[in-house]
Structure formats: C-alpha cells, structure tokens
Design a protein around this ligand. Structure first.
Ligand SMILES: Cc1cc2nc3c(=O)[nH]c(=O)nc-3n(C[C@H](O)[C@H](O)[C@H](O)COP(=O)(O)OP(=O)(O)OC[C@H]3O[C@@H](n4cnc5c(N)ncnc54)[C@H](O)[C@@H]3O)c2cc1C
Length: 536
C-alpha cells in the first residue's frame, strides 16, 4: 500500500475509489503520472461499497453500466442479470481493482478533510484522516450521490431499536424476520428495498412524503444469447452511448406524445412499460420533459397502472404522484413495488399531511398516530451534486473557500474546473450531464479529458490550469437556460437541492445531452482549452 508519509509528492491525488476514482488511477498511471488515491471507505466500490441495502441494484442495464476502457475486461466479464445487484457490481469493481493492480495506489479509511492550493508552488496540500500529501493536481472523484443525508427528525435519538441508513448499510446481513420495520423514503433506494423487506418483515410501515412514479425494471437473468450478441457488438454499443443524449445505446423517439391518437399513445407506453426500465423515457416520445401536456399523458399512464394494481383505492391514490411531472424526480425502478401495498403486512403512512413529530424507544409518532417499530430504515437520500466536495475544506487562490464561492450556488466551467481553484478537476461535477446520463460513460469521458489536459500541460511545460471566470459564468448561464426549457427545475427534488435544508435551489445538471456536451468538451480541448487559463 502507498504510504503518503513516505512519498508525499504526487502528480495527481484522486479523491474517491468508485467508478470514477478507479478509472482515474488507471488512466493517470497509463500516462506515467505518479498518483495517490484517498478513499473514506475501507475498500473500493464507491456507492456500491456503501449502498448494500436489500434490493440495491443499478437501473441502467449492466452491459452498458460498466467500463469500456478495456476490451479484455468487457469481453471476459459476464453479468448474471439484466440489472446487476449491488454484490455483483461491487465484485466487478473489486475485479477491476485486482486486475489493474489499483489498491496499491489507494489509501483506504482516509477521509480527505482539507485541501489548500499553494500559489507559489502550484501544488495542492491534501490532508486526510490518515495523513497529508501534496500534488500538482487534485481530481475529485468524490461522487454526485455519495454524501449521505441524515435527517434531523426531532427526537430521533430516543429511538432505541435498530436504525439503518440505506446509503451506509452494514456489511453483515440484516434479518427482518419477525420484526416490525419502518422505512422512511420512497425514492430510488426505498422503491428497491420496500418489496424485499416486505417479504420477510412481520410488518412494514412505509412513511411516504412524496409518492414517486415507480417504473418496472423487469429484472431477469442475463440471456446467454443476448450476452453473446453484446460481446460481438460492444464497439457499436459504446459508440452509441457516446453519441446519445443519455449515454445509453438506444435511439431516442423522434415523435411528440401529442402527435398521435390516444390509442396509439397508450400502445406505445404499454410496449415500453412491458419492456421495463428507464428506456420508457427514451423509447416513447421526445417531449415528455419539455412539454407539460405531453408529460401528463405519461404520468396518467403510470397512475392508471397504479390504480389497476393496488386494490384499495385510497392507497392507490396515496401512491399516485400529482405534485410533480413524471421524470423530474429521478424515476425509481422497482419490480412488484405497487403490488407490495396489497400485502396485509404493509401499511402506508402519508407524512406530508401527518409529519413525523417524535420517536420513542420503539415507536415513530406522526401528527396523527403512533407506529410500533423495532427496526427503522432511513432511505432519505443524499446531499447530491455538491455535498461530497463541500464537506471538504477546499481553499483555492488567496485562501478562497469553495464553500464561500458556492454559497449562493455551485459554479463550474463544464463541470470540470472551478475559477479560483487551479489544478482542481471535478469528475462529473456540477453542470456536467452527470446523473442524467449513464454514469460510467460520463466518468470515462471526464477522466479522459482531464488526463488529456494534464498531458498537454506536461508537454507544454505548464504549471497551472484554471477556468476563466467569464467562461464559468457563461457555462452556468447556458446550463440554466437549457434546464429552464424543461420541466425539471420546477420540481422540488434532490436535483435542485430541495432535500437539504438551507441549500441554495439550483438545477446543477447539464441537460443539453451527453453527446453534444462531449463534442463541446472535445472542441474546447482542440481549441487549446478555450475558457481555461494556463500559467508557467
Ligand atoms: C443505489 C444507487 C444506484 C445507482 N444506480 C445508477 C445507475 O443505474 N446508473 C447510473 O448511471 N448511476 C447510478 N447511480 C449513480 C452513481 O453515483 C454512479 O453510477 C457511480 O457509482 C458514480 O461513481 P463515482 O466514482 O463518480 O462516485 P461514487 O461511487 O459515489 O464514489 C465516490 C467515492 O468517494 C469517496 N469520498 C467522498 N468524499 C470523500 C472524502 N472527503 N475523502 C475520501 N473519500 C471520499 C466515497 O466514499 C466514495 O467511495 C446509482 C447510485 C446509487 C446510490
């Protein structure tokens, strides 16, 4: 293992050892850079290390929710399911770490707490809970959905039963049998966990603040014939990902939901529903996120499905989202989600109208009732997009704190660089396509671009690179303009930080499409890194 005390000088320090951090180490090392990774967890995996809750799995299909950088890796690795479950994705990332001998570059159980840029030396000093190192560059691969959000419910400390967060799940198996379980949160994690927990718990009480549109995943074992086809066509599949707005290997629909008859529309939705997955939004119509009237047709299709599955009309209505357009919150995938609410051992509680008011040793109390609970699961999400980086005390030029710079909202140029913070790169940072595109593809594109920039600097004898303030302002304004042409920003979601008290409301994902974003980044590099300033 690398000891930063022994060799404290690096070309690059990488924060995080998930999909992004691991690939950054591969790439930098390949280019002959001396690299050190800091990882808070005890091992590699990122979200797949932390999110071990029952039912955790990806909602992009595994054959493209995976790395493309190694032909050998993608030809040899066999996914057992359409959407691999957490243990399999973690096994994959462990395999990558072993195959490419990455662990020796990473310091585990090392939380980066502070990093300071020295303007005279053009070096970052990075302080972690396990020691300090310096490097010319810092690559933050700290994740978009990695800063766990612990809700400050009044009196939660009084609860004496077992308490689990889906985003920091224990490594030992949690046994729900014979237990009265409560779960708070019906986002992507809650929707995956609820059907599984309901099968073993004595009773499951679901505390729901906002109902979500849960689409069927239709997970299934990987068809060997399809797997062979994928392996024979991987180059085309990856090229399609690079050229698609969502970094996925599908052609998007070219028709409006309003240009077809109600019967045709229903048939299109039904076909996509039967196929399963987030492809629903790609395969059906091209205006679901830009036109409320079009969006309403998809929302109503899902609501009618809820009514057809859930036997109690009152529960069906409680589960039917009415307050936000479909897809403007991350749509969860879940098989058997709605049918779970027909089970006699499942209770649904609306905590929007009857909020949680207090806890006792074995109960959750709302404004209306008290629910006996032995095990409480909090699927309450993350401080997304900016949380991981802002939990580090980052100091740029003149001691400028990133927290101060982003006090009114994040600002970046291309989601890759921040004015005032030279030689700091952010993988899938705010205002990149990040969480609205298939992330391994986005991660590889960012890391390749960053490594290309570092290489350019080395060959030109350059000591620092920094985003121009005007380029940054322009990119943030352009991103806002693109976002405002969609229905996304209207919805109070984690995309806009609405789940974090006091967080400035801002839609910090670039919605112009992954393919055009990638092309834009390439043009910037070809034009001598337009919008970035360099110094010797
Ligand atoms: C349950 C779940 C399912 C998902 N499914 C999909 C999907 O199907 N498709 C998709 O595209 N995306 C999905 N995502 C989004 C996911 O974030 C990305 O797919 C991907 O894992 C991002 O990889 P990453 O390396 O950028 O970040 P992460 O995997 O989040 O890794 C970041 C790492 O940085 C570490 N870190 C953070 N701060 C510090 C610090 N201060 N010091 C040291 N280490 C630090 C963390 O411990 C973590 O290990 C999912 C996310 C979750 C939570």
């Amino acid at each position: 293992m690398t000891d930063p005390g022994k060799s404290p000088e690096y070309d690059g320090i990488v924060i995080g050892a998930g999909f992004a951090g691991l690939y950054a180490i591969v790439k930098l090392r390949e280019l002959g850079f001396n690299v050190l990774g800091f990882e808070k967890a005890s091992d590699v995996g990122g979200v797949w290390y932390w999110n071990r809750y029952p039912g955790a799995r990806c909602d992009c299909e595994s054959y493209y929710y995976s790395y493309s950088f190694s032909t050998e890796l993608q030809q040899k690795w066999r996914w057992s399911q359409r959407y691999a479950e957490q243990p399999e994705i973690l096994a994959y990332l462990n395999h990558v770490a072993e195959q490419f001998n990455l662990r020796r570059h990473i310091l585990f159980d090392a939380t980066v707490e502070r990093m300071v840029f020295d303007e005279r030396a053009n070096r970052w000093t990075v302080t972690s809970s396990r020691g300090t190192a310096t490097a010319k560059f810092v690559i933050s691969a700290a994740g978009c959905i990695s800063a766990l959000q612990k809700p400050d419910y009044p009196g939660l400390d009084a609860f004496a039963g077992e308490l689990y967060y889906t985003g920091a799940w224990p490594h030992e198996e949690v046994d729900f049998s014979g237990r009265r379980v409560g779960i708070v949160g019906t986002g992507a994690s809650g929707a995956q966990a609820i059907p599984i927990i309901a099968k073993t718990a004595k009773h499951l009480t679901v505390f729901q603040r906002t109902p979500n549109f849960v689409l069927p995943a239709r997970n299934a074992p990987m068809d060997p014939g399809f797997d062979d086809w994928v392996k024979a066509h991987y180059d085309e599949i990856r090229t399609m990902c690079l050229n698609s707005p969502g970094a996925v290997p599908f052609e998007g629909s070219k028709i409006s939901a309003l240009d077809v008859s109600p019967e045709e529309r229903a048939a299109v939705y039904q076909k996509a529903w039967d196929r399963g997955g987030l492809r629903f939004f790609v395969d059906t119509f091209n205006d679901l996120i830009t036109n409320k009237e079009a969006n309403d047709t998809a929302a109503e299709f899902v609501r009618s499905h809820i009514r057809s599955v859930v036997k109690d009309p009152r529960i069906a209505e409680m589960l039917s989202p009415r307050s936000h357009p479909i897809a403007t919150k991350r749509p969860p995938l879940g098989d058997d989600y709605y049918a779970t609410f027909n089970r006699p051992n499942v209770t649904l509680v609306d905590i929007a109208s009857t909020p949680i008011t207090s806890f006792s040793a074995r109960a959750v109390r709302t404004a209306e009732a008290s629910y006996e609970i032995d095990t409480l699961v909090l699927a309450t999400g993350f401080d997304a997009m900016t949380g991981a980086l802002l939990r580090i005390d980052v100091r740029g030029r003149g001691g400028l704190a990133l927290k101060a710079k982003w006090a009114e909202g994040a600002k970046t140029y291309l989601g890759l660089g921040v004015a005032g913070f030279p030689n700091l790169f952010t993988v899938t940072g705010p205002f990149s396509p990040s969480v609205v595109a298939n992330m391994p593809t986005g991660v590889e594109q960012h890391v390749d671009w960053i490594a290309g920039c570092m290489n350019y600097m080395r060959s030109h004898g350059l000591e620092f690179v920094e985003a121009d303030e005007s380029a940054e302002e322009g990119w943030v304004a352009h991103s806002a303009e693109v976002a405002n042409a969609t229905l996304y920003p209207q919805t109070s979601s984690w995309y806009v930080g609405a789940n974090i008290p006091g967080k400035p409301r801002q839609f910090s994902v670039y919605l112009g499409g992954f393919s055009s974003y990638r092309e834009h980044c390439e043009r910037v590099a070809q034009n001598g890194y337009e919008g970035f300033a360099f110094g010797r």
